[in-house]
Write a protein that binds this ligand. Sequence first.
Ligand SMILES: [Cu+2]
Length: 706
Amino acid sequence: MTVETLIVLDLLAGVAATAGWLGAGATAARRAGVALALAAVALVATLARCATTFGLAGAGWWFAQEKITLTLPIAVAAALAAGSIAGPRLLATVRGRRPSPAPDAAVLVPLFGAGYAAAAGPAVTLLAGYPATASTVLVTLALVAGAVLTTWRVVAGSLPGARAATATVLAAAVAGTGLAFVPAETTDAGGGTAASLSHHGATSLADELTASPSHDGMAASLSRGGAAARGAQDGHTSGRSPVSADAVAEVPVTSLRGPSTPEPGGTVRRYDLAARTATIRLASGKQVEAWTFNGRVPGPPITAVQGDLIEVRLRNDDIASGVTLHWHGYDVPSGEDGVPGLTQDAVMPGQEFVYRFRALQAGTYWYHTHEVSDLGVRMGLYGTLIVSPRPTGEAATGTPGATDKKDPSGATMSSQAGASGELDLVLPVHTFAGTTVLGDQDRPIERAAEPGAPVRLRLINTDNTPRRFALTGTTYQVAAIDGRNLNQPGPLDRALLRLPAGGRYDLVFPMPSATVVLLVDGRPGLRLGPGATPGAAMSVADTSGWPEFDPLTYGRPAATPFTASSRFDRDFDLVLDRGLAITDGRPAYAHTANGRAFPSIPTETVREGDLVRLTVVNRSRETHPWHLHGHTVLVLSRDGRRPAGAPLWLDTFDVQPGQVWEVAFRAGNPGLWMNHCHNLSHADLGMALHLAYDGVTSPFHGAHGG
Ligand SMILES: [Cu+2]
């Protein structure tokens, strides 16, 4: 049984127990037989909850914490009380030894009380989630006890010691509510050395710096954007010198900017992006009100060859809420990362901002606004970023693609003609007002392809939820995921490719002699044929029964710079859930991590060179595509199982309901980074936090993260 099933069964059992006890209480006075049957149902449901809780605890403490520490004990205690006090009386009534009706307090209070205690189970799970805190415990106990006292008063008319009991309940309620407003720690050092300089204890800064022989070296490596550390990182050992020799200088994130020159042999790629509202006419004739870069959706494709310098001048014409550029999956210097309120201010109408970074990673990436990003990306503020590997043995020259910002043709999609005659199609999928758009086409794309020609399809999911792709008419390989090549990818056929929000897959195959069709969620999006026949009906294979491709079992294992058995300098757990929380100053039914919502989730702090493990647990009933900025993470395990295929380096991974992902990365890119759910509506409702390198400060004070 899956964890997700157990989560649902546990909730259902809690609801059944609640209904059983309350129903028994409501019918006890008139129909003792019915009440007895309902109480029996409630007892069975309570036993079922014991079983589901046991099963969930086996999957991880995170899944059962609030049940074991709070809701199950009170439910079981109340059930035992109801069974032993009300049960015999009801039984006696049914057997005719007691007068019926018998609405006495000894029957009704235990039954209703068991109902209130049972209700605390699903209520705490749904409203508070993980973890149950002292505040949750006090408020829950106060509510249950208060309801019992009220019932007692109503049934019995009076209650000895009522005043003292009521006062105790009120005191617990007030204390519990007050505790909820005690601010959390603002940082979480993940078991490593706390960030003493950047967040607290500024008075000790001078002392620590004068006592620190290594301070200059650390500062220099920070100001170079960590390039030195990246080179040295694999030799890093876990030995830690005393804190005084480990002190980190303060560096503003605004100084962590990209270089202004390409690598030797590279060229400078300049792009001008103007953010503006526009009415877009799709291929079908449908018009959509969009937010665009340069009046088009997607925005202009950005292309480069590894080693080039990418320079993008962003201007905001009329996007009233502001705009930035974030390079999804691209490990740029922190000052170029485009997070408003953290690495820069949002670019407001009339303003501009220039981004510069070296194209060091080859592969398929994309860019999008990070200001009010849920709305902004949905409205169209996104585009593709494709970096070709530098041809071996020669310096990078010329344009890698047939389409760049100088191309006036308004090509229907970014199309890269590789030197080898490869057909290279960039296919971002996006939903505009309920319509799926592939590239800029809301109707199936037709392309001619000669048999034998190498084909590369770059699938990019720019939506908030997973999209499923299927390729019919050919076997193929998934050559790369999230821009990173896979080791020895095998042939694939009849597979459903589930791309997380923000994720990318590169599919490669030699063009067969027959037609190849790419399906997006079961509908044709692209047809490649030996001879294009525009308007010809596409035959659609039924792919609904095809198995889902699992990247954890694909390709061949290879050595990685660290593994699941490495010793980690920092260890962070993020338990994703839903619950009542304050986000951006407002109470909300938020998407939470560790019971809190942005910006109250403690900032994870690391030091340059640290080996960091991140465990992401999904207790909720929605998928959360997790995305850490500025770093590529290695998957260590999913639900306790290590990858059996190629090493999987990702920037976005779908944590499905009930799943536990362990990933790790080397902290080699100093800065301040967002760590968030890439279902941007979830991030907007609280599911976002910061990861900060010790010593890096931000002059920006927008409490949002876009
Ligand atoms: Cu989410």
